[in-house]
Ligand binder design. Structure first.
Ligand code: NMX
Ligand code: MLT
Length: 473
């Protein structure tokens, strides 16, 4: 509102300023006001002291409050249910799913600016929201789109580093290599070497983060086009936003694919702090490794089949169903196929979750996109059948805590529909999106001065002795 008020006042004043030179100082002041409204860095600079105070108060007033008990099951069970991380940008509810700074996905679809009326949210808008906690205006998002385009330059050595790998290397290996090669441009590393004080760490972290977010679509597109197309880069289009440009650089210019990419990048960006990629980025960042090092580490976690690689696995699995049984497979045949997968000792990719206990809202919004844009696509229909068939089977297994589909159960068929059929590249797209969430939190990690992460580990012998003593007491 403040922004609109100052723009209104500015245009009113501008029309009179020519005649009334006495107003020129006020106009200049209002211009400064509005340009800082549009400047994400300036907005953050204002917010940071308030949040630092908030953290200080939380520590001094409630530092000793207990958040729960740690059980042996938790230690042996991948720390499930153990609250142990501060992550400001998003929060996951087991039933309701993700909220980005308090906003659910449908709420983001309503309040974040879009490229066209009733369109999908612009990922830049989400980046602004994650960093500031406030939904941006269209003018703020446009300014950020431009800033990201201006930062979207990748030095030649990055492409050469990727070219040093065989074309057959997995796209995630090529992508992570490209991100590591980008690291030589880290402003944080330079500033640290020059002895920057701790209170200023967030500034070069911000610089690196924005540049990294701007650059990863270029690296990702290069990897895709190197492996599957002619290897020629498509330059950034100055008329396009972040998601539209990513689609364009990959080689897809249909308006529907650009809309899909905006939605895709928005919903994959962040999923609170405990997931493997976010947690890895945060952990590595806690050693004051710069955003490139931290994000490259996160990508290596995302590349695992139980995490981000599941989107690749889902499409390959769906295609194997079609190869074996055809597109018009019956529900009975599909059930048999699911049981065959399980009895082969494999998981059903795209189903289950470490935290969620209901259908992932990221699945639901992709399903809505499919119902709107590709209702007759045969693979979408197969995905819909799986939604009916798989949960009862996983429930029957008895051990699966969440039988419902997650984000990865749906994304592949949408990309496939618009021509991006190469499943091995899907996790790279996930990675581009995740740069937004991980880097946003890294900036706050530095702004809040969060410490080195170093939990305590114990041995089985230690646990046995501890439990014996606890029983005897
Ligand atoms: N198919 C078969 N078995 C499953 C599945 C599934 N989709 N999901 C869970 N289980 C099994 C799991 O392997 C475990 O078996 P065991 O005790 O023999 O080791 C048992 O059920 C209990 O696991 P949960 O506590 O329900 O799940 P957990 O929190 O350990 O793991 C996932 C969560 C996501 C790793 C698991 O559900 C899974 O492997 N899903 C398939 C892969 C997938 O879709 N991953 C993507 C997740 C989203 N993302 O993008 O990261
Ligand atoms: C994610 O988006 O990171 C996945 O859903 C995994 C998770 O949250 O654990």
């Amino acid at each position: 509102m403040a922004f609109f008020r100052s723009v209104d006042a500015l245009s009113r004043l501008r029309s009179r300023a020519g005649q009334q030179s006495c107003l020129s100082n006020t106009v200049r002041w209002l211009q400064m006001q509005s340009s800082s409204d549009l400047d994400l860095h300036a907005q953050l600079k204002e917010l940071i002291p308030e949040e630092q105070e908030r953290l200080k108060k939380l520590k001094s007033e409630h530092g000793k409050v207990q958040l729960g008990n740690i059980t042996v099951d938790m230690v042996l069970g991948g720390m499930r249910g153990m609250t142990g991380l501060l992550w400001e940008t998003s929060l996951l509810d087991p039933d309701e799913g993700i909220r980005f700074r308090g906003l659910s996905i449908p709420e983001c679809q309503k309040v974040l600016p879009a490229a066209k009326p009733d369109g999908e949210p612009l990922p830049e808008g989400l980046l602004w929201l994650l960093l500031t906690g406030k939904a941006p205006s269209k003018a703020q998002v446009d300014a950020l789109s431009k800033e990201l385009r201006d930062r979207a330059t990748v030095p030649d050595h990055v492409f050469k580093a990727i070219d040093a790998l065989p074309v057959s290397a997995h796209p995630m290996t090529q992508f992570a290599t490209g991100v590591m090669a980008l690291q030589v441009q880290s402003e944080f590393q330079k500033a640290y070497e020059m002895g920057i004080p701790k209170s200023k760490y967030w500034e070069p972290t911000y610089e690196d983060s924005l540049s990294l977010i701007a650059r990863v679509p270029i690296v990702a597109s290069y990897v895709y086009r190197r492996i599957y197309k002619d290897g020629k880069m498509i330059p950034v289009d100055d008329s396009l936003d972040y998601g539209g440009n990513f689609s364009h650089m990959l080689g897809f210019d249909s308006p529907q694919m650009q809309e899909l990419m905006r939605l895709y990048v928005t919903i994959h960006s962040d999923h609170e702090g405990g997931n493997v990629s976010a947690h890895t980025g945060h952990l590595v960042g806690s050693a004051l490794s710069d955003p490139y090092l931290s994000f490259a580490a996160a990508l290596n976690g995302l590349a695992g089949p139980l995490h981000g690689l599941a989107n690749q696995e889902v499409l390959l699995w769906i295609k194997s169903v079609v190869d074996e049984c055809g597109e018009n497979i019956t529900k009975e045949q599909l059930k048999d196929y699911v049981w065959k997968t399980l009895s082969g000792g494999k998981v059903v990719p795209g189903f289950g979750h470490g935290v969620l206990r209901k259908t992932d809202p990221r699945y639901t919004c992709q399903r809505e996109f499919a119902l709107k844009h590709l209702p007759d696509d045969p693979l979408f229909q197969l995905v819909s059948k799986l939604y009916e068939v798989v949960p009862p089977i996983l429930t029957e297994l008895g051990k699966v805590k969440n039988p419902w589909p997650n984000v990865d159960a749906h994304s592949g068929v949408l990309l496939n529909h618009f021509g991006l059929t190469e499943a091995r590249c899907y996790t790279v797209l996930f990675g581009v999106s995740r740069s937004i969430g991980i880097c946003s939190q890294l900036i706050w990690d530095r702004a809040l001065g969060l410490p080195l992460e170093r939990p305590k580990s114990v041995t089985m012998e230690w646990l046995e002795n501890y439990c014996k003593k606890a029983k005897a007491a």
